[in-house]
Structures are given as C-alpha cells and as structure tokens.
Design a protein around this ligand. Structure first.
Ligand code: ZN
Length: 81
C-alpha cells in the first residue's frame, strides 16, 4: 500500500495509477528506451517510439512503485484507452 503525501495531488494521482498497474501488471510493460510504463497492447512506445519492452510483471510492478515515489517522473498513457 502506497501512502501519498496529502499535500501533493500529483503524487497522489501517480500513486493511484501505480496501484492500478500493480493490480494488473500483465496489462502493461516497461519501455527499455525511456522507462515509461505503457499499455501491453502498444507496438511502439508513445513517448520515444522505441520497440523494446520488458513485459515481466515483476518488473512492471517494481517500476510502477518507483514512479509513484518520484514526483518528477510520469506514468504515461497507460490508462488513456
Ligand atoms: Zn519509450
């Protein structure tokens, strides 16, 4: 369980996304080019147009939690569909 800082709504939003991703990591993958978490259905990364991904659920969960703890990084387009 990730407890976001109450004064930082952006971080809270990121924690919420991380929680969703962690709940179903098989629906996501990590871009090897820019470290974004993207939908498992995309063929190329929407951010850097890379095509190399790490699809292991363990890596996805680990990365989601990492992103949730870093205010400057973003989880991109994972839940835009
Ligand atoms: Zn990328």
């Amino acid at each position: 369980m990730i407890e976001p800082a109450p004064h930082d709504p952006h971080l809270a939003d990121r924690a919420e996304r991380a929680r969703k991703i962690s709940a179903s990591p098989e629906n996501f993958k990590v871009c090897e080019g820019c470290d974004s978490i993207v939908s498992a259905r995309v063929a190329t990364c929407p951010n850097c147009h890379g095509y190399r991904f790490d699809e292991s659920p363990a890596r996805v969960v680990e990365h989601a939690e990492l992103l949730a703890s870093r205010p400057q990084r973003s989880v991109t387009s994972a839940d835009l569909e």
